[in-house]
Design a protein around this ligand. Structure first.
Ligand SMILES: C[S@@+](CC[C@H](N)C(=O)[O-])C[C@H]1O[C@@H](n2cnc3c(N)ncnc32)[C@H](O)[C@@H]1O
Length: 267
């Protein structure tokens, strides 16, 4: 039985995309753990839920197959960023905000790494219920907006973190994203925050209407994107100590921020 809010159900959409990508012959995306979670999720679902999951999968294999490519490319890009970070920071920490049913832990070189996942309590308990003891890293079932998660993760220090937010910020309000980035800038140093965002136009006017229509028609979900970015450099104005270190056009933007990266004293 899947008891998730609408926003949390989006994590099932990205899970299905990865499953379709992983099943595709000749596709570079290899993610066996996703296929395992997909099967476990189907096995624990009610008949109507299985029907919904099956109908979405069919769409991702057919008319919406472009979404599979976009999501799998995003996954591979975030994996690469994570592996590069591990190479540069052998004793750093990775936090995956709004992780959903992501399986990055099993795809990256993570054996000795501190790896933390965070999502809403309903998602984390469903994931724990499906995977049980296979999850041997830290998990936080808490809203990212309740910044007490920062107290928890910085108990042993606040440097050398890679904070990932993949497919998360577009579901938050702009004030919430600004506040969150401000708190992160205030509490972390020598840290990287990497997130993707939709273009701002999808949060307004006719594009907002069209996006909502698309969500309802394709996924039977009533959604609006509430945060988007027009020019990534505008984010530097959110708080002191942040610098846009890279931004790529990715169906919107993929943005890396350096957080207080000039504060460390030379050794
Ligand atoms: C589109 S899914 C992306 C999941 C995962 N990152 C991936 O790419 O497969 C969005 C995720 O953000 C989570 N989310 C939304 N609002 C949140 C909040 N306030 N705090 C923590 N997680 C949140 C949802 O529960 C969901 O798992």
């Amino acid at each position: 039985m899947i008891e998730l809010s609408e926003v949390s159900k989006t994590s099932i959409l990205t899970l299905i995309c990865r499953a379709v990508g992983a099943e595709k012959k000749g596709y570079s995306f290899n993610d066996q753990k996703t296929l395992e979670i997909y099967d476990l999720l189907c096995a624990s679902s009610t008949k109507p839920e299985r029907h919904w999951i099956g109908s979405i999968k069919k769409k991702f294999k057919g008319l919406s197959r472009k979404s599979v490519k976009i999501i799998c490319n995003r996954v591979e890009t975030f994996d690469k960023i994570t592996n590069d970070f591990i190479e540069r920071n052998p004793s750093g920490t990775i936090i995956n905000l709004g992780c959903g049913f992501d399986t990055r832990f099993w795809r990256i070189r993570s054996e000795k790494y501190r790896y933390i996942e965070l999502d809403l309590p309903e998602v984390m308990s469903l994931k724990a219920g499906l995977l049980g003891e296979q999850i041997n890293y830290e998990c936080l079932g808490i809203s990212v907006l309740d910044t007490s998660w920062i107290d928890e993760v910085t108990k042993k220090g606040n440097e050398d973190f890679l904070i990932l937010a993949e497919g998360l910020f577009m579901y938050l309000q702009k004030e919430e994203v600004v506040k969150l980035i401000q708190v992160i800038a205030d509490r972390f140093s020598n840290t990287e925050l990497v997130f993707d965002s939709v273009h701002e136009k999808y949060t307004q006017g006719v594009w907002k209407w069209f996006t909502n229509w698309n969500w309802r028609m394709v996924f039977d979900m009533d959604f609006n994107y509430t945060y988007g970015v027009k020019n990534p450099l505008e984010i530097e104005g959110y708080a002191k100590g942040i610098k846009v270190t890279s931004s790529n056009k990715y169906h919107g933007h993929l943005i890396s921020l350096g957080i207080n990266n000039n504060l460390r004293q030379p050794q």
